[in-house]
Each structure stands twice: as structure tokens, then as C-alpha cells.
Write a protein that binds this ligand. Structure first.
Ligand code: HAM
Length: 430
């Protein structure tokens, strides 16, 4: 008999990796609490219609990737029903918002979730059929300020804080506006007209999308199609006054808060509910599946699934991808020496060897430079192999006070020789 294995695209998470998952979730919960979010837990499966109407029939998620089955009635009083394992959590949260009449509180609802999602995608690094999302939604009646651009900016600023607290450096935030229900139809019409004469020369996906979901053509990555896409009209030029003002206010608030971002006029995202602001945080360490998280505003979603007007904005982070990024950052960090000792002048070589010996005996990983190197060369060599550089000249040898520069923080400080080992150990976690 063949041995049974976990299903393709699913994985077991084992210790010690699970400790990292728990740490990520603890940091996320602590950040969400400080921004006054509460936790929501919705069922893992829902009526198929929720995703068809909420996420959109023509999206890849709904048309190709859902785990859907017909659930047989078990009693005469029950009906059979089409059910689907949730491919994402926003539609479920909005359903719960409507079902529990949360809008009647008159308050903004600020809800976060952590849990598994399911999509039948082609598995690869960072892409699984069962994966976990950490997400949050801000939703409520217009009178509670749910349409305000300050909500968009606050969510983005919270994400920058969360990634920083997780220790994920080197992310890029891309933002765009996809317009509203009132200005988007005009853009789609322009896009269709511009696509018509060229789409026959584009890939099969583009040909299909040009008919079913033209905005998604902007998402195409096929190199041959790029010149055609670059020549298409830009959505930014079709935004009406209200959408333009909203987007400008989001950008101004991000500038004021010091959150760096790039505008990407092709960022349309793969779910149909988005209006106005869309965004993604990417990370170079992830390879092809480089989106750490994605989100945006969905001012019409509640109405699309039969609820009251309830504009909202939210995001979901791929927890599996956060784990991968942290493992890669840590692995890169772990390979670095704790310090590069740079003797200043050949005369210092013997004493520098003594310092290296002392630190190595104390368990530190040390690279010893060469006093014949010019300072610039020592810095260049050190930056490649070590977390810090320790300058060791005649003054330092005599005074016992060393100059230490940390490459990731850029901070240079004076450290007494007796405290150097402890200082270098502490720098491992910075
Ligand atoms: P999404 O872009 O489909 O958005 O997914 C959000 C994140 O989930 C992605 O950026 C990625 O990190 C992760 N992810 C998606 N698919 C997979 C997969 N197959 N394997 C591993 N990770 C994956 C949404 O789901 C929206 N509900 C986000 C949102 C919330 N928009 C507004 N509110």
C-alpha cells in the first residue's frame, strides 16, 4: 500500500517553525490592539454565492480556484446547498457585519482575523492551496467616517508599523486608485476601445479578460504584451474629482506620517470589489510570489451582497510569506560575522589579533581585517561579511575605547573594550 501524504499544496507546520508563526501572530495581535481593532472569527466555509457575488464571478479566484461542493441535505427540512471553503476572508467579514447588524451601532467596526484560506492554485514557493492570512477590515456607515481617506492612510501606516515590529525590512508599498462605481465605467469603456485593435496580438489570458474583466489586462506579466499595455489609457486620467481628491488626501497623509510609497497605475488587484485605493506591500526576498500583503477599499461590497451601504477598507497579509521572509532575513543575518575588526595601520595587526582572539574565545564570530588596508577598503570588506565594524587604531589600543559602527542601523558609537562582546551579542537581534 502506498503511504498517504499531505495533499498537494498543503503542509504540516512543525516545531521549531511553529514558534515563528506564534511570534508573528502575537506581534500582529499586539499591533491590532493598539490601533483598537477587535478579533472576528468567521466560518471556514460559506455559501458559494457569497464569493460569486462578493469577489466576482469573472475573477480567477472564483472561476478557477475555489474548493466548492454540493452539500447534500441530511433531513427533509434541509436543502442541499453549494458550499465553498473560503478563498479569502473579506466577503465573510462583510457578511457577518450585515448578519449581525453591526452598522446599527453607528460606529466604525475595526475587525481583524487570523486563519486558513483555500485556493486551488499551482503550488510553488510562497503559494499554497491552504495558506494563512492575517487581515483586518475597517467598515461602517458613512456617518461614522468610513469613507474618509484618513482611514486608508491609518491602515497603511499600521501596516508599516506592523512590518517594522516584525523585523521585516526592505518592503515596498505600491498604491493606486481604481476609481469608484461612478467613474470606473467610463474608464472601462476607454480601455475596451483601446484594446480592441491590439488585443488579437496579446496573450490568451488578455484576450479573455478584454471581454470579461478588462481591468485585469493591466495585471498581465507576459513580456510580449508589455508595450501594448504601456500604451493603454491610464486610470488616473479618468478619475473624477471626488476620487482624485480622495487619492491625493491618502498620499498627503502618508507623506505627513513618513510612510514611503510608490504609485503604480497598473495595480488593479485580482478581486472585483475594490473601489478607489488599492495597495500591495512587496518584498524582494520572496521571488515570483513577492506580494507580502494586499488590500484596498471596497465601498460597494456590502450592497453587492445584499446589505446596507457600508464603505470599508482592509488588507490581508500572507502569513506563510511573512514566515518565508523572516526566515530569509534571519538566514542572511545569521551568516554574517558579529564584527569585522579593522586594524588602523600595520602596526596594529598584532594587537588586533589579540582582540579577535579574546572575542572569538567569548563565542563571537569575528573577521579580522588587515592594517595595510585603507579605511575605505576596510569598510567595504566589512560591509560584505559582518554586522559591525570595529576600528582598532593606536588611540583605541591605548584608551580601551573602541569605535564601533553597526551597518544596519548606521549608528556609530564608542564602546569600552570590556563591554564590546556584550554589545556585539545585543546587535545580533537589531
Ligand atoms: P489577496 O491579494 O488575494 O487579497 O491576498 C492577500 C495576500 O494573501 C497576498 O498578498 C498573499 O500574501 C497571500 N496569498 C494569497 N494567495 C496565496 C496563496 N495561494 N498562498 C500563500 N499566500 C497567498 C485578499 O485576499 C483580500 N481579501 C485582501 C483584502 C482585505 N482586501 C480588503 N480587505
Amino acid at each position: 500500500m502506498s503511504t498517504l501524504k499531505a495533499v498537494r499544496g498543503t503542509r504540516d507546520l512543525l516545531p521549531p517553525e511553529t514558534a515563528l508563526w506564534n511570534r508573528i501572530e502575537a506581534v500582529a495581535r499586539s499591533v491590532f490592539e493598539r490601533y483598537n481593532f477587535g478579533e472576528i472569527r468567521t466560518p471556514v466555509f460559506e455559501d458559494t454565492g457569497l464569493f460569486a457575488r462578493g469577489v466576482g464571478e469573472e475573477t480567477d479566484i472564483v472561476s478557477k480556484e475555489m474548493y466548492t461542493w454540493e452539500d447534500r441535505a441530511r433531513a427533509q427540512s434541509e436543502k442541499s446547498q453549494s458550499l465553498t471553503l473560503r478563498p479569502e476572508n473579506t466577503a465573510g467579514v462583510v457578511r457577518a457585519y450585515i448578519e449581525h447588524k453591526l452598522g446599527e451601532t453607528g460606529q466604525l467596526q475595526k475587525l481583524y482575523y487570523i486563519g486558513p484560506q483555500f485556493r486551488r492554485e499551482r503550488p510553488q514557493k510562497g503559494r499554497y492551496r491552504q495558506f494563512s492570512q492575517i487581515g483586518a477590515e475597517v467598515i461602517g456607515p458613512v456617518s461614522a467616517g468610513s469613507e474618509s481617506p484618513v482611514r486608508d492612510a491609518e491602515v497603511l501606516e499600521m501596516l508599516a508599523t506592523l512590518l517594522d515590529e516584525l523585523g521585516i525590512s526592505g518592503w515596498t508599498l505600491k498604491i493606486n486608485s481604481v476609481g469608484s462605481a461612478s467613474d470606473r465605467p467610463a474608464y472601462i469603456a476607454k480601455l475596451k476601445a483601446a484594446l480592441e485593435p491590439v488585443v488579437g496580438q496579446m496573450c490568451e489570458d488578455c484576450q479573455r479578460r478584454a471581454v470579461t474583466n478588462p481591468l485585469r489586462v493591466l495585471d498581465c506579466k507576459v513580456p510580449h504584451d508589455q508595450p501594448f499595455i504601456d500604451a493603454l489609457p491610464k486610470i488616473a486620467d479618468s478619475l473624477d474629482e471626488a476620487s482624485r481628491t480622495h487619492f491625493a488626501a491618502v498620499c498627503a497623509a502618508l507623506d505627513a506620517a513618513g510612510v514611503p510609497y510608490e504609485r503604480d497605475h497598473r495595480l488593479v488587484r485580482g478581486l472585483d470589489y475594490y473601489t478607489r485605493t488599492t495597495f500591495e506591500f512587496t518584498h524582494g526576498g520572496l521571488g515570483a510570489q513577492n506580494a507580502l500583503l494586499g488590500g484596498g477599499r471596497y465601498d460597494g461590497l456590502s450592497e453587492a451582497i445584499g446589505g446596507p451601504k457600508a464603505p470599508g477598507i482592509g488588507f490581508a497579509m500572507g502569513e506563510d510569506r511573512l514566515v518565508l521572509t523572516l526566515q530569509e532575513l534571519d538566514a542572511a543575518k545569521a551568516e554574517l560575522a558579529d564584527a569585522y575588526i579593522a586594524p588602523l595601520g600595520e602596526a596594529q595587526n598584532p594587537a588586533a589579533l589579540g582582540l579577535a582572539r579574546e572575542l572569538r574565545r567569548g563565542g563571537l564570530r569575528i573577521e579580522l581585517g588587515d592594517g595595510s588596508f585603507r579605511l575605505k577598503k576596510s569598510f567595504e570588506a566589512a560591509d560584505k561579511v559582518a554586522r559591525t565594524i570595529v576600528l582598532f587604531g593606536e588611540n583605541e589600543a591605548q584608551s580601551g575605547i573602541l569605535t564601533v559602527k553597526n551597518f544596519s542601523s548606521g549608528i556609530q558609537s564608542k564602546i569600552a573594550r570590556v563591554e564590546l562582546a556584550a554589545h556585539l551579542v545585543a546587535a545580533r537581534t537589531k
